[in-house]
Ligand binder design. Structure first.
Ligand code: SF4
Ligand code: F3S
Length: 267
């Protein structure tokens, strides 16, 4: 029996690599199991549900009807609009049609990962499938954007808990990103910042400066232009993040980063 305090969630996946689902399933503070069983009521998510085919679609239709206007939609992946939606269909319906119906009747939508929030890799020039973000497909829907490649599961949990506690989505910036997670630049909290200020840079991968943990700016780091909480929250439950692992930030949470942040290895 449905526990009324847990909001029903419908998780859609379109043009994606499933990296956001993977990140979510591997989180451990809280675990995906805790969230799925205790915090939300996951009605539909292709990657974790036991049902398949017609049964799965039936579950989605039933949830949409039963909880109309009360469920949360989570969308992963971009939505192709070219060729009348033929590039991505589920059960004979185009991703665009499904997004309109599911997000259009949701209480709120959370777009996870850079593909759902800004189009991501599929939308990179020349964007052969005419991929769009969730907000572009349903401009009137209430959408919170959690970009990142992949989304940081800690930020998804925090957004869900905020929603459950306050009954509304957290305050967002002009790109629809919650300020609690995207309010500061990578560069402002980076542990290599002292080296940047001191003019100590790695010049090539594996050189003395690189091994000493010096700043990766000259190796192409886009931390100065990127807004995300990676240095403080980190990935894999606080274990590490790109710059800590010795690789510059590639700006994965910024709109159009595949076109605007490349080449990744040069300034
Ligand atoms: Fe800034 Fe990148 Fe250098 Fe860190 S490694 S201080 S984010 S330029
Ligand atoms: Fe992405 Fe840069 Fe963080 S590449 S994961 S925004 S450090």
């Amino acid at each position: 029996e449905q526990d009324d305090t847990r909001p029903p969630v419908i998780w859609l996946e379109f043009q994606s690599c499933s990296g956001d689902s993977e990140a979510f399933l591997r989180s451990s503070a809280p675990t995906a199991v805790q969230i799925i069983l205790d915090t939300i009521s996951l009605e539909y998510a292709e990657i974790v549900m036991a049902a398949a085919g017609h049964q799965a679609e039936e579950a989605r239709h039933q949830a949409m009807e039963k909880y109309k206007g009360r469920y949360i939609a989570i969308v992963e992946g971009s939505i192709p609009t070219g060729k009348s939606g033929a590039y991505c269909t589920v059960a004979g319906q185009s991703a665009e049609e499904i997004t309109r119906k599911v997000c259009g009747n949701a209480l709120a939508t959370i777009a996870v990962g850079t593909c759902a929030t800004f189009g991501g890799l599929p939308a990179a020039a020349p964007n052969p499938t005419e991929a769009r973000s969730v907000k572009e497909v349903v401009p009137n829907a209430t959408v919170l954007n959690l970009p990142g490649c992949p989304v940081n599961a800690a930020n998804l949990s925090a957004a869900l808990v905020h929603f459950l506690t306050f009954g509304r989505l957290p305050a967002a910036d002009r790109f629809g990103r919650p300020r609690f997670a995207y309010g500061k630049r990578i560069h402002d909290n980076c542990e290599r910042r002292g080296h940047f200020d001191a003019g100590q840079y790695a010049e090539t991968f594996g050189d003395y400066g690189h091994r000493q943990g010096w700043c990766l700016y000259k190796l192409g780091c886009k931390g100065p232009e990127t807004w995300h909480n990676c240095p403080t929250v980190r990935y894999n439950d606080g274990l590490s993040w790109p710059v800590m692992a010795g690789h510059g930030c590639i700006g994965c949470s910024e709109p159009g980063f595949w076109d605007s942040m490349t080449p990744f290895y040069r300034r």
